[in-house]
Design a protein around this ligand. Structure first.
Ligand code: NAD
Ligand code: UGA
Length: 466
């Protein structure tokens, strides 16, 4: 089975959709079918207007438009797609467990196991199974256990092929990744399976960027990569508070340390805290695994990255309250941005949710504007927290489609996502429409604070003295 001609991907989410669209674009000779239980999601991927696909990513609609209907298909018929494929990617969600043993830390592998059981039930011939989801180290052995006992004699090779794309830059990341990582067994069959997947990626990725390892190294490397990236954000964020006390400027500090080639400039941008569906989940999972093996110091070390991130979100909200004369009761506060970073409509674990929750406890009135996040998603995020009823959330938060309207009559503005368009607003017009003194809390260090001050704003950019 060296030449793959049919791929199935289970899970049409932020990873499954874009990764498979790129494989289909680059490999017109391979039929790629992406399947999902979620009918609405599949319908959106199949929407004749390609701008309505369910994942917003710059450049993605063009990739989908090129391949969809040619060799890229989206379907809810999971069994049929598994049956015909030689290679099955598992790209389903692996959130933090919300119940039972490991609650709040371990990854919930319920959906992974369901996929393995479904593959075992449906398969009539040999297949290569590829873990694309981010999984705890040694998950492949559980998948293998389930697949080994199908009773119909099919043989399976399990590969780990974690995804390193970042949202907002998914298309560039998939088009020219720093590396592709493939882990597999050292047996002859394992090596043949690795080669089959290497051959798929080699259609557009230079061979030297395709790394092969054993399965366990690959699984652990994914958790480690996210932990290292998040640790850099927490490290720089930990210094923002010190900068605010000492008149050091976090941007200058980041530039000064980032120019050391051993440190490097990336992931040193101070913020209100990292969000996204994976950093927190993957670190918590790493912490859980370390604790499971009795490695307390290792677990405590990584847990601190999360503790610092939670502190940063709370600190930002508390600072706003303090600067608004210790009360925000009934005050109108405008949020610019709700997504967890720019250029995505994803809001999972966005710092904005937690800052809003904190301010709502203090009875603030929040007006939200985000260029890509829909109103329903914002209320869903608040309701999902479970801290107040959905009526209370509707009463405390309004979602407004125009940034100027969202800022009108406000006591303060909080910048929570680094959308480029915020920099180009007519800030004089916004200032004129606000209550005075007009305050801006820039949680992304995005805006030109000097320019805003010259208009009359009182500005607090994270990590700089106000
Ligand atoms: P997602 O929630 O957007 O998508 C997962 C999809 O899987 C959902 O649409 C769900 O309906 C579907 N699904 C679940 N169980 C199914 C089943 N049994 N059969 C068919 N469909 C099923 O999640 P995501 O953001 O795409 O993440 C998927 C995995 O990739 C996670 O493990 C995540 O950690 C990892 N990852 C995510 C990113 C990212 O940027 N979002 C990047 C790298 C890795
Ligand atoms: C991250 C990793 O970058 C990807 O390699 C990985 O595949 C993905 O997680 C995953 O496993 O899900 P993502 O969460 O999409 O990607 O986005 P990032 O660019 O990493 O940003 C994460 C968070 O950190 C965002 O809230 C962002 O605003 C914040 N951040 C990032 C900072 O506050 N400062 C920085 O310097 C960089």
């Amino acid at each position: 089975m060296s030449q793959i001609t049919k791929i199935c991907c289970i899970g049409a989410g932020y990873v499954g959709g874009p990764t498979m669209a790129m494989i289909a674009k680059k490999c017109p000779h391979i039929k790629v079918t992406v399947v999902d239980l979620n009918e609405q999601r599949i319908a959106a991927w199949n929407d004749p207007d390609v701008e309505n696909i369910p994942v917003y990513e710059p450049g993605l609609s063009e990739v989908v438009a090129e391949a969809r209907g040619r060799n890229l298909f989206f379907s809810t018929d999971v069994d049929a797609a598994i049956d015909e494929a030689e290679m099955v990617f598992i790209s389903v969600n692996t959130p933090t467990k919300t119940y039972g043993a490991g609650k709040g830390q371990a990854a919930d592998l319920k959906w992974i196991e369901l996929c393995a059981r479904q593959i075992a039930r449906v398969s009539k011939d040999n297949k290569i199974i590829v873990e694309k989801s981010t999984l705890p180290v040694r998950t492949a052995s559980a998948i293998k256990d389930i697949l080994m006992h199908t009773g119909n004699g099919s043989q399976f090779q399990i590969l780990s092929n974690p995804e390193f794309l970042a949202e907002g830059t998914a298309v560039e990341d998939l088009d020219a990744p720093d590396r592709v990582l493939i882990g597999g067994d050292s047996t002859a069959e394992g090596q043949t399976a690795i080669q089959a997947l290497v051959d798929v990626y080699a259609n557009w990725i230079p061979r030297e960027r395709i790394l092969t390892t054993n399965v366990w190294s690959s699984e652990l490397s994914k958790l480690t990569a996210n932990a290292f990236l998040a640790q850099r954000v927490s490290s720089i964020n930990s210094l923002t508070e010190l900068c605010e006390k000492t008149e050091a400027d976090i941007n200058e500090v980041a530039r000064a340390i980032g120019t050391d080639s051993r440190i490097g400039p990336k992931f040193l941008k101070a913020s209100v805290g990292f969000g996204g569906s994976c950093f927190q989940k993957d670190i918590l999972n790493l912490v859980y695994i370390a604790r499971t093996y009795g490695l307390q110091e290792v677990a405590d070390y990584w847990e601190q990255v999360i503790i610092m991130n939670d502190h940063q979100k709370k600190r930002f909200a508390n600072q706003m309250i303090r600067e608004l004369y210790n009360t925000v009761n009934g005050k109108k506060i405008s949020f610019l941005g709700w997504a967890f970073k720019k250029d995505t409509n994803d809001t999972r674990e966005s710092a904005a949710i937690y800052v809003a929750d904190h301010l709502l406890h203090e009875q603030a009135q929040i007006m939200v504007y985000d260029p890509k996040v829909l109103e329903g998603q914002i209320y869903f995020d608040l309701d999902y927290l479970g801290t107040r009823t959905s009526e209370e959330n509707k009463k405390g938060v309004s979602v407004i489609n125009d940034p100027y309207e969202a800022c009108k009559g406000a006591h303060a503005i909080a910048v929570l996502t680094e959308w480029d368009e915020f920099k180009d607003y007519d800030w004089q017009k916004i200032y004129d429409s606000m209550l005075k003194p007009a305050k801006i809390f820039d949680g992304r260090n995005l805006l030109d604070a000097n320019k805003l001050r010259s208009i009359g704003f009182i500005v607090q950019s994270i990590g700089t003295k106000s």
